[in-house]
Design a protein around this ligand. Structure first.
Ligand code: AKB
Length: 321
C-alpha cells in the first residue's frame, strides 16, 4: 500500500494550527508538509512557505514530496473578506481552483475543503437548518464557499476526485487565535475573562449562532477524511453541529468562573453578517452517512477553554518573570 503524504495549505490559521499537529500525530512527522503564505513558528512539523496562487511552486512541492492528500485551509474569513471583495474572491475561489486542478493533474487521492455556515443567507430557514436549502449568502466569503462547494461537487463527478467537505460552524479553541471572522468574539471573550479584562462585544447580546469546540471540529475532519469512500454521499459541504449560543449565554456561563467579569455590547458591521447566518443546524446527513457525533456540550467547552487558558497565561507570567 502506498504511504500517505499530506500537504496542508493555510496551516498557520486557527484550524490549520491544530489540524496540522493532529495529522502529524496520526501520519508521522515525515509525512505531513505544513504550508502557509507567512512563516510559522507554532507548528512543530515540516514547513514550506506557499502562496497558493503560485502554481509553479505548488507543483514543485507536490512532486518533491509525492503528495497524496491535500487539506486546503488557506482562505480569508467573513469579516476580513468584506474589506476587499475582489482580493478575497481571488484567493478563496481561484486558490481552490488551483488546488482542484493540481489534484486532478497529479492524481491526488483525497482533498479536504472547509466550507462554512457562511453559505447560508436570508432566504435559508434559520432554525434546525437542513442540509439542502437555498444558499444566497451576503458576504464574498460566503459566495466563495457556495461556489467552492459546487466546484468540489463538479470535480468529484466529472474527474472522479475524492473530495470531502464540511460546513464548519464558529470554532472555539484555546490552541490558536481566529482572525477576521464573525464568530471570533466567542474565542476572544475567554482570553479577556482569564486576563481579568472587560470584554467589548461587536455583536448584540441576543445574536444566536451555531458553534463547536475545536476538538470536535478536528475530530469531524479526521472522521470524514478517513470514512470509507462509499459512505461519502455528498461531495459538497456536510452540515455539522454541536451547540448554539448568544454572546449573553456565553458571558453568563463564563461569569460562573469569573463573577466580576464585565461585558459591553457595541455592535459593528459584523452584526449584519451574523444576522444573515442561521441560528442552529440539522446535521442528520453527516450522522447517518459517516457516523458524526460531537463530544463536547456548551458547558464542557466553556470549562475546558477556561482550564486551558488559565494554564497558558500562568506559563506566560512565569516566562515574563
Ligand atoms: C467566520 O466567522 O468567518 C468563520 C466561519 C463561520 O466560517 N468562523
Amino acid at each position: 500500500m502506498q504511504k500517505e503524504s499530506i500537504l496542508i495549505t493555510g496551516a498557520n490559521g486557527q484550524i490549520g494550527t491544530v489540524l496540522s499537529e493532529k495529522l502529524i500525530d496520526l501520519y508521522g512527522f515525515d509525512n505531513v508538509l505544513t504550508t502557509d503564505i507567512g512563516h510559522i513558528d507554532n507548528i512543530h512539523g515540516k514547513f514550506e512557505i506557499l502562496d497558493i496562487m503560485d502554481l509553479k511552486h505548488f507543483q514543485e512541492l507536490i512532486t518533491k514530496n509525492k503528495i497524496t492528500q491535500i487539506y486546503h485551509l488557506a482562505s480569508l474569513l467573513s469579516a476580513k473578506g468584506e474589506k476587499d471583495p475582489m482580493f478575497t474572491w481571488n484567493i478563496n475561489l481561484n486558490g481552490l481552483l488551483n488546488v482542484l486542478n493540481i489534484a486532478k493533474d497529479n492524481k491526488i487521492k483525497k482533498i479536504f475543503f472547509p466550507s462554512s455556515i457562511a453559505v447560508f443567507g436570508d432566504s435559508t430557514p434559520k432554525v434546525n437548518t437542513p442540509q439542502d436549502v437555498p444558499l444566497v449568502p451576503d458576504t464574498v466569503y460566503g459566495i466563495g464557499k457556495v461556489t467552492g462547494e459546487l466546484w468540489c461537487n463538479y470535480y468529484s463527478k466529472r474527474y472522479g476526485l475524492d473530495i470531502r467537505s464540511l460546513r464548519y460552524p464558529g470554532i472555539i479553541g484555546y490552541q490558536s487565535l481566529p482572525g477576521g471572522g464573525t464568530t471570533d468574539y466567542a474565542v476572544d471573550i475567554f482570553h479577556k475573562a482569564v486576563k481579568h479584562e472587560k470584554f467589548n462585544c461587536f455583536l448584540k447580546k441576543d445574536t444566536m449562532m451555531p458553534m463547536m469546540f475545536m476538538d470536535d471540529a478536528i475530530h469531524a475532519t479526521i472522521m470524514i477524511m478517513t470514512a470509507p469512500e462509499q459512505n461519502i454521499r455528498l461531495r459538497y459541504g456536510y452540515n455539522i453541529a454541536a451547540f448554539s449560543f448568544t454572546p449573553e449565554d456565553i458571558y453568563l456561563e463564563i461569569k460562573k468562573y469569573y463573577p466580576d467579569f464585565k461585558i459591553e455590547y457595541n455592535p459593528d458591521f459584523r452584526q449584519n453578517i451574523a444576522d444573515s447566518w442561521v441560528k442552529s443546524i440539522n446535521d442528520s446527513k453527516a450522522r447517518k452517512d459517516w457516523g458524526w457525533e460531537p463530544e463536547y456540550t456548551f458547558e464542557q467547552m466553556v470549562e475546558s477553554m477556561i482550564n486551558h487558558l488559565r494554564i497558558l497565561y500562568k506559563k506566560e507570567e512565569h516566562t515574563l518573570l
